[in-house]
Every structure is written in C-alpha cells, then in structure tokens.
Design a protein around this ligand. Structure first.
Ligand SMILES: CSC[C@H]1O[C@H](OP(=O)(O)O)[C@H](O)[C@@H]1O
Ligand SMILES: Nc1ncnc2[nH]cnc12
Length: 286
C-alpha cells in the first residue's frame, strides 16, 4: 500500500475511488490530519497532508512520529514524500522535480526516533531512500512530462526562517548539497525505523538566497511555483500504481527488514511501556 505525504501546496488528492478521510489514533500523538484513503488505478493509497489541511503545523511542530506510525498502522508499506524545496544548482530550476537520494540533517528541535531508553535501536541510514520506489517516482515524473533530476542531496534545516546568504553558500559550495527544505528529516529516519520504503520527490520552488540574479527567497514566488508544481505532483502520484506492481516480495534493498539486527536492548531490560508503544513499528520483532 502506498502512503503519500503531501507537503506545502499539496493538501489533498483527487480521483480516489471510495475516498474517505479517516482518523487514525497513534500512541505517538495526533497525526497532522486525518488520512485520505481510497483506491487509485486498483491500488490502495493513503494520503496525509504533512502540515494538515489549511497548513497548521510548522516544519518543527509536524508530528513526524505520529504520522509515520499512523501510516504503518493503516498498512502502508511504501511512503512517497512530496515536498517543496529551494535549489542550489542552476540546472535544478523552479518547476523541476528532484528525486532526492541523500540527506544532511541539520534539524535540532524534533523527536527523531521511535526508540530510546528501555528499547535502543540503531538502523542504517547510509542509503536513506528506497532505490526501487525512487525509480518508480522518477519514471512517473518523466511520463508526466516533468523535468526531473535523478538523485540529489537534500539539506534539512530547522526553519521556519529561510537561510542566511552565508548558510546558503556554505550548503551549496562547501557541502555540495543540491536542494534545501525543512521537513524530510526526521521523516526519512522514522520511515526507516518503521521498516517502510521511502522516496522523496522534491519540487523546486526557488534558488534559496545564493543566486546573484534571483535575490532572496520570496514566499509569494514560492506559492506561485507551488500552484503549478502541485498539479504535476498529482499527475505523478496518479501514475505510480501502474509502475509499482502489487507484490508480497521483500524489498530488494532491505527497507522492510531495517530493524532485523538493529535492536540492542536485552529482552529482560526492555521498558514494557515503550515496547507497547512500538507495537506497529517493531511488533514483529518485540
Ligand atoms: C512554503 S515554503 C517553506 C516550507 O515548504 C516546505 O514544506 P514541505 O517540505 O512540507 O513541502 C519547506 O520544507 C518548508 O516547510
Ligand atoms: N529555500 C528554501 N529553504 C527551505 N525550505 C524551502 N522550501 C521551499 N524553498 C525553500
């Protein structure tokens, strides 16, 4: 089952057969909104607006753990994250899409793990996105006629303010990042802990503040670009079911087994309260 997390400018999707907004309770808090479920081209889809309908949550206050837990509880196996981003590359222009494959996490005011005292786990984040799901997103974008870049490094910043010129230059020139946004971390880390395949579709809205001819980021320009981008994003999502076969096969990249060797805490030392909260995330191993 595909779960789509819609970012800024993408608060619902149309054309779902049997579309129903469902409230999903999670021990990790209240998700950003109800989750829209239905069938798209024969495949079950769950759609969650990351900031909530009406854009209620800031990047810092998005309930990332509740969102991932709620999607997993609904039976989601593959998460496609859709986000707005700034670009550090001339050739990644506003209106283009980037299928992100690496992250630098500079966020600092968010809960980043389902695990902790009483149940410690360390998952690998060497390859934070699922190559199979990412490729399907790339193909769907191409088929939709979108200019799309395969691969890119996303700098996740805390926000909500945009970067200073010095930060923008640092991320671009010294750290070789391609795009910047405020939400894909800790989302990608939590999806990995929840053993979900994760792909990130980043829609370029601006050149952040480094570009000599574009000046600083301007929210009105972002919103104007988002309007065009969100139609393209909807088109991309509509093409995913045909590209993703429904299969019971394990993920060839191991996303669905990420916790297999990650749990560190001895069974007799585990905190039963935390273990209970982890029922959806790690129940198969606890
Ligand atoms: C509207 S500009 C800044 C805002 O947009 C992005 O949100 P999302 O990643 O959910 O599309 C960015 O990360 C900021 O939260
Ligand atoms: N320049 C930028 N920085 C951070 N988040 C963004 N989202 C869209 N544009 C952005």
């Amino acid at each position: 089952m595909i779960g789509v997390i819609g970012g800024s400018g993408l608060y619902e999707i149309e054309g779902l057969e049997g579309a129903t907004w469902k409230r999903v309770d999670s021990p990790w808090g209240i998700p950003s909104d109800e989750i829209l479920t239905g069938r798209l081209d024969g495949m079950e889809i769950a759609f969650l607006p990351r900031h909530g309908r009406g854009h209620v949550h800031s990047p810092t206050t998005v309930p990332y753990r509740a969102n991932i837990d709620a999607l997993k509880r609904l039976g989601v196996t593959d998460v496609v994250s859709v986000s707005a981003c700034g670009s550090f590359r001339e050739e990644m222009a506003p209106g283009h899409f980037v299928i992100v494959d690496q992250f630098i996490d500079r966020t600092f005011a968010r809960e980043k793990s389902f695990f902790g005292t009483g149940c410690v786990a360390h998952v690998s984040m060497a390859h934070p996105t699922c190559a199979l799901l990412s490729e399907a997103c790339f193909e769907a974008a191409k088929a939709q006629g979108i200019t799309v870049h395969r691969g890119g490094t996303y700098l996740a910043m805390e926000g909500p303010q945009f970067s200073s010129l010095a930060e923008s230059r640092l991320y671009r020139q010294e750290w070789a990042c391609d795009v910047i946004g405020m939400t894909n971390m800790p989302e990608a880390k939590l999806a990995r802990e929840a053993e979900l395949c994760y792909a990130s579709v980043a829609m370029v809205t601006d050149y952040d503040s480094w570009h000599p001819e574009h000046g600083e980021v301007d929210i009105s320009q972002i919103i104007a670009t988002l309007k065009g981008n969100s139609e393209n994003a909807r088109g991309l999502i509509a093409r995913l079911p045909a590209l993703l076969k429904t299969t019971e096969d394990p993920c060839p990249h191991g996303c669905d087994r990420a916790l297999e060797y990650a749990l560190m805490t001895a069974p007799e030392k585990r905190d039963p309260v935390l273990v209970e909260k982890l029922d959806a995330i790690a129940g198969r191993l606890l």
